[in-house]
Design a protein around this ligand. Structure first.
Ligand code: NCD
Length: 327
């Protein structure tokens, strides 16, 4: 059941001790500043627990259905690792072509099937709004792991957690974040820009003209009073940047292959270019990268993208514990 973008699952009811118990996670719009502090507090504890004891039984006996209609390496495997590190188990459906989806089964029916066997469903699907659709039919919590070019809320949460852990909790306010690359189709950008609009930040967008941020997202962020500016050249904004968020040009979303060819190599971050950036800043990327960051930059301490993946494990552990009423 969906009420105001939130799902209030009747069997779970309102729970003041575990307010996320039974809730869906469909969009970053569900999260307030206080919610973020709470998620990151739990994620930080998860990080310490994993470092100290590796695996523990917080979600023992619980089952996650990991339903992926689009390719995934990090999101899928980090949800699996998160569930298993918490003592739970996973039904992996990474290749929907081997499931009844290939026989023409609808998303609502697939979701209704999986919730008979699982306690929570993680869904990645090529269509905007698919996670909300699934949540409408599911009694169990649905977590959006990317709905087409819509949102990718758990990625944005782990992106922000990365900034907290790398640069310090208090420093997000006052920061300049520069997003680079495919801002049109990059759903992680859409979610992160919305999430950052809860803070006192400045956001720069650097992209080819045909890959500018959708107006809908731009206007939502503007309504929150966040200063934003768009550029074609990274050189204009790199020196003031505290977080450089690099993205891949999303080849699979282009209708015209020539248009993709014309922008695919628009920006490449390398050691030379990064000489013009601050010494204390970070470069992030949701990954996979396909050439937008040169491998030679990986050893630079500012290259945070591999650490970012690890932070994703702790955030997803926190989210699973929350929606299953254990945090
Ligand atoms: C991103 C995605 O799927 O949107 N990857 C991820 O989840 N880490 C980014 C991308 O595919 O470029």
């Amino acid at each position: 059941m969906v009420i105001n973008n939130f799902s209030a699952h009747l069997p779970f009811g309102d729970n003041k001790i575990a307010p996320w118990y039974g809730k869906d996670i469909l969009s970053v719009k569900q999260f307030s500043h206080d919610d973020l502090d709470y998620v990151f507090g739990v994620a930080h504890e998860m990080r310490e627990m994993v470092t100290r004891i590796g695996t523990f039984d917080l979600l023992k006996g619980k089952i996650l259905a990991n339903l992926f209609y689009e390719p995934s390496t990090r999101t899928s495997s980090s949800f699996t690792a998160a569930m298993e590190r918490l003592g739970g188990s996973v039904i992996p459906i990474n290749e929907v072509k081997y499931s009844s989806v290939s026989k023409g089964e609808s998303l609502p029916d697939t979701v209704r099937t999986l919730e008979c066997y699982a306690d929570v469903i993680v869904l990645r699907h090529p269509e905007i709004g698919s996670a909300a659709l699934a949540a409408r039919y599911a009694r169990k919590p649905v977590i959006n792991a990317g709905d087409g070019v819509g949102e990718h809320p758990t990625q944005a949460l782990l992106d922000l957690f990365t900034i907290y852990e790398e640069l310090g909790v208090g420093v997000v306010d006052g920061m300049t974040v520069t997003m680079l690359g495919d801002l049109k189709y990059g759903r992680t950008v859409h979610s992160l820009a919305r999430l950052l609009s809860l803070y006192n930040v400045k956001i720069n967008y650097v992209s080819p003209d045909i890959l500018r941020l959708p107006r809908e997202v731009y206007n939502e962020v503007a309504e929150k009073g966040v200063p934003q500016a768009e550029f074609a050249s990274l050189a204009d904004v790199l020196p003031e940047t505290d977080v450089l968020y690099v993205t891949r040009v999303q080849k699979e979303r282009f209708e015209d292959p020539e248009a993709y060819e014309s922008v695919k190599s628009a920006y490449v971050i390398d050691c030379d270019i990064m000489q013009n950036a601050k010494e204390k800043m970070i470069v992030m990327h949701p990954l996979p990268r396909v050439g937008e960051i040169a491998i030679e930059f990986d050893d630079d301490p500012r290259a945070a993208y591999f650490r970012q993946m690890e932070y994703g494990l702790y955030v997803r552990m926190a989210l699973l514990a929350m929606v299953l009423g254990k945090a």
